[in-house]
Write a protein that binds this ligand. Structure first.
Ligand code: ZN
Length: 430
């Protein structure tokens, strides 16, 4: 035994010393620059501008339009309100994408999100006992998007019965039934200072259904994207690359708004118009990040098919890519970049990465650009198994949620803001 430290132990000791310096539970070592420069971190400054009160106020503003179901006046009014609010927030470059629903010549779509589709077949009975308990229960069964569902599951579906809504005011708001025809959706853009020809797309869908206020699905994602538009549009914020904030319509009928965007704009990517102007109506797509249902993480249904009223202690933000996308590897790398941003900058909840993004507005993009979604739960195995009893139900209303739920949504906002600020090279003028 020599008295010196074996050479092989030195790196280990350095790591241990770094751990002591950083302190358990605080930000990673690299976030803490010598000399207290952390205070100058523009990402931390931008994240600090997100507040629970403002997130809730924007989300509450959306509830005045009921469930914002596509093809109704309340949906059109909501699009107008979103456009006016984005402009108030300083994101004055608003534009619309126009399209028809149903799409001309299209067969009726049969998607999981389409209420006209037949219900998915019931899962097999409990293999352990042979008897169903509570909801449709299996210890192991197929879920949407290639996922596998373990454990208890509760029924899911879409409420179409106005009388199922006990609140008369909310029932009245949602009285009008949809008609086929013209549709539009709104977006605005933060134009990059040095790379205006490249952008990340941040999305959420503003339409909902179920004779409710569509608070979680997807007022929660819509308000998140609008709050990020507000913060990045502040006059003291500059970004090298562009960011587009899109509030999709017709998600619930089969992602029709996002599909229309891809059909109309994919070929325009990176084209300067007019030539020599330095203007790019459709900057090249660097990635598409969707936010769909951000609030509710109360755990799995129990044997009786019921879900707890309380948030579960393990509540987290679920970041998902799609394992069979052509750009799955790039999307996975993007997802883990978001997870790292969460670890460094989110205040209350961790993030988890999973491979089954499945059915949301990022799906039409996933073979064309790295596409991920952020959610309250895994889309396939958890939302699909009935973890959210308010999904498309009369209970998706403001009074269902507590600040624990809203704060989970805020942490998803912190995660996306921190990741995107780094990816676009955001700086804050001092
Ligand atoms: Zn949704």
């Amino acid at each position: 035994m020599g008295r010196g430290i074996p050479a092989v132990a030195v790196p280990v000791l350095w790591l241990f010393a770094a751990f002591l310096v950083s302190g358990a539970g605080s930000a990673p070592v690299e976030a803490q620059q010598p000399g207290g420069q952390e205070a100058d971190d523009p990402v931390r400054e931008l994240v600090s501008r997100l507040t629970l009160d403002e997130y809730k106020a924007t989300l509450k503003g959306l509830t005045r339009f009921g469930d914002r179901r596509q093809g109704t006046q309340r949906n059109r009014d909501a699009v107008d309100w979103i456009e006016a609010t984005l402009q108030d927030f300083g994101c004055t470059t608003t534009e619309r994408v126009h399209y028809q629903y149903p799409p001309a010549g299209a067969q009726p779509r049969r998607s999981f999100a389409d209420p006209l589709s037949p219900r998915p077949p019931p899962p097999p009975p409990n293999e352990n006992t042979g008897t169903p308990t509570g909801g449709d229960v299996g210890r192991r069964g197929p879920g949407p998007g290639g996922s596998v569902i373990f454990g208890y599951r509760a029924r899911t579906g879409v409420n179409r019965d106005p009388m199922a809504q006990p609140d008369e005011r909310i029932r009245e708001l949602n009285r009008e039934e949809p008609v086929d025809g013209d549709r539009s959706q709104v977006f605005c853009t933060k134009v990059g200072a040095t790379r205006p020809d490249e952008m990340y797309i941040l999305g959420a869908h503003m339409d909902g259904h179920g004779v409710n206020e569509a608070v979680d699905d997807d007022g929660s994602g819509t308000a998140l994207v609008m709050e990020l538009a507000r913060i990045f549009s502040s006059p003291d914020v500059e970004t090298e690359r562009s960011i587009r904030f899109v509030l999709w319509n017709n998600e619930e009928t089969g992602l029709n708004g996002a599909r229309a965007y891809v059909e109309q704009r994919e070929a325009l990517q990176g084209v300067e118009d007019p030539p020599g102007s330095g203007r790019y109506p459709e900057p090249g797509w660097l990635g598409m990040i969707q936010h769909d249902m951000m609030l509710w993480d109360h755990g799995a249904p129990g044997p009786d098919g019921r879900v707890s009223r309380d948030q579960r202690p393990e509540a987290d933000v679920n970041i998902e890519f799609q394992s069979n996308a052509e750009l799955a590897t790039e999307a996975m790398e993007l997802a883990f970049f978001f997870k790292a941003a969460n670890e460094q900058y989110a205040t209350d909840y961790p993030a988890t990465v999973g491979p089954h993004m499945t059915n949301t507005d990022s799906t039409p993009f996933m073979h064309l650009t790295p596409a991920i979604s952020l959610r309250e739960n895994e889309r396939g195995a958890q939302v699909g198994a009935g973890w959210n009893p308010n999904w498309h139900q009369p209970t998706d209303v403001w009074t269902t949620y507590t600040d624990d739920d809203f704060r989970l949504g805020l942490n998803a906002a912190q995660t996306t803001l921190a990741a995107i600020a780094q990816l676009v090279g955001a700086t804050v003028e001092r």
